[in-house]
Design a protein around this ligand. Structure first.
Ligand code: SF4
Length: 434
């Protein structure tokens, strides 16, 4: 399977982990292309760059297995060089160099110029905001800041991504203009903590101001908010969301737990009561807003009672979208000093219980949508159906709208008006009405 030699070594980027890693891979690819390099994403190539994830056990395991897979291909002469970058490399470089020495070189999350040099390219500062999009052309992630200043006890991200650094509003507007010019219609705003935006460079929370500028970008029709933080949530953001139709009625806000003792130990800076008060204000101010959250089960010391409190709360709150993880005991985090005393099988059983509750809620909420009309964006065609999303659904993580492809053609990236005709737990079936 040796790749056709064009004299130019084809560089193949492999992205693992979260949307922030997708963004970083796109930046690497943009730099390589600007240096005249042939670069592809998750295809085949002579040189492989693996952008790893080092967040929790499962993700780390997937990253190590991917590295081993490509080192094997190198031994078989199918690929010539293997480079590793991203969070796992940032966090465990010395260990990885010792345990998997056949990798040509390891780079951290803030070593892009060195990685490019190893690939025979020079870092081009003038390209800031330019990248090769790997998502379908009509939506793109917009990373508004890097790093995180929060002290969450279970989280290794600040160890891998450093302190919080916001990008200036002008740069983000310019980046969005360039994306819109290439056909992007939906911007998915990402960060480690979206709501911290501006506190470093503007000495105030400036997410609302940023949104006010992004809605002015021609061609951008949907703006979506991911990774908000509950404590110190800038309520002025809801005002802008209410006023600006381009901003999707959607917010992703990982809450992690609801028991006050657990939240205290997690160093989340909030309580059961304060969390509920925030959610109540969200629903009062934005009754039509879809709320996505993420929870952790099996955090050190979590009792059956505290878990039951969270399960009952999930039942009561009826989140539109919810993800749940088993606690992962991460070295060098504050929680690593605690005993990881909840057995793995209990952690996973609690996750399964929460997801069962959520599946039923999602089913009921979807049933209520039958007969209703929505504007959807068409993402792709799969077999004889089109896959689309409402403004309440983020790419890759939320519900999908299925539209028959029989007797009609819908091009990806177009908005169409539909009526929901049936629904399952996590998907809707719709017919086009305009
Ligand atoms: S806000 Fe998110 S990224 Fe930052 S420390 Fe907390 S969990 Fe980690």
């Amino acid at each position: 399977m040796r790749t056709k030699s064009t004299g130019k070594k084809k560089i193949n980027l492999i992205t693992l982990g979260c949307s922030k890693n997708v963004y970083d891979s796109e930046v690497i690819m943009g730099q390589l292309a600007a240096n005249g390099k042939e670069v592809v994403h998750e295809q085949t190539g002579d040189v492989v760059v693996i952008n790893t994830c080092g967040f929790i056990d499962n993700a780390k395991e997937e990253s190590v297995n991917t590295i081993l897979e490509y080192v094997q291909l190198k031994e078989q002469g199918i690929v010539e060089k293997v480079f590793v970058t991203g969070c796992l490399s940032e966090r465990y470089k010395p260990d990885l160099e010792a345990e998997i020495p056949d990798v040509d070189a390891y780079f951290g999350t803030r070593e892009l110029p060195l990685l490019l040099k190893a690939l025979g390219a020079d870092y081009k500062h003038e390209l800031v905001g330019e990248r090769l999009i790997t998502t379908p052309r009509h939506f793109a992630y917009l990373k508004i800041s890097e790093g995180c200043d929060r002290p969450c006890s279970f989280c290794a991200i600040p160890l891998m991504r450093g302190a919080h650094v916001s990008k200036p509003i002008e740069e983000l507007v310019e980046e969005s203009r360039k994306l819109a010019a290439k056909g992007t219609k939906e911007l998915v705003l990402i960060a480690q903590d979206l709501t911290y935006y501006g506190l470093d460079i503007y000495k105030k929370r400036a997410l609302a101001e940023l949104l006010q500028e992004l809605v002015k970008v021609d061609g951008i029709e949907w703006i979506r908010l991911h990774y908000a933080f509950p404590t110190g949530f800038p309520m002025e953001v809801l005002e802008v969301m209410r006023r600006e139709p381009k901003i999707c009625n959607y917010i992703d806000i990982p809450l992690q737990h609801i028991n006050t003792e657990m939240l205290k130990s997690m160093r989340r800076g909030t309580t059961h009561e304060k969390t509920n008060a925030l959610l109540k204000e969200f629903r009062n101010k934005m009754p039509d807003m879809a709320i996505r959250t993420t929870l952790i089960c099996g955090y050190p010391g979590e009792t059956q009672e505290q878990f039951e409190e969270m399960k009952a709360w999930v039942q009561e709150q009826r989140f539109d979208r919810l993800g749940c993880f088993a606690y992962s005991h991460e070295e060098n985090t504050h929680a690593y000093l605690l005993e990881d005393d909840v057995p793995e099988e209990v952690k996973h059983d609690r996750v399964a219980q929460i997801m069962d509750v959520q599946a039923q809620i999602s089913y009921e909420l979807n049933q209520e949508k039958i007969g209703k009309e929505f504007k959807v964006i068409v993402d792709r065609k799969e077999g004889d159906i089109y896959i689309a999303r409402t403004e309440y659904d983020s790419p890759d993580v939320d519900n999908e709208v299925h539209i028959s492809a029989k007797d009609q053609y819908l091009s990806p990236g177009t908005f169409v008006q539909v009526r929901i005709v049936s629904a399952t737990e996590f998907d809707l079936v719709a017919e086009v009405i305009g």
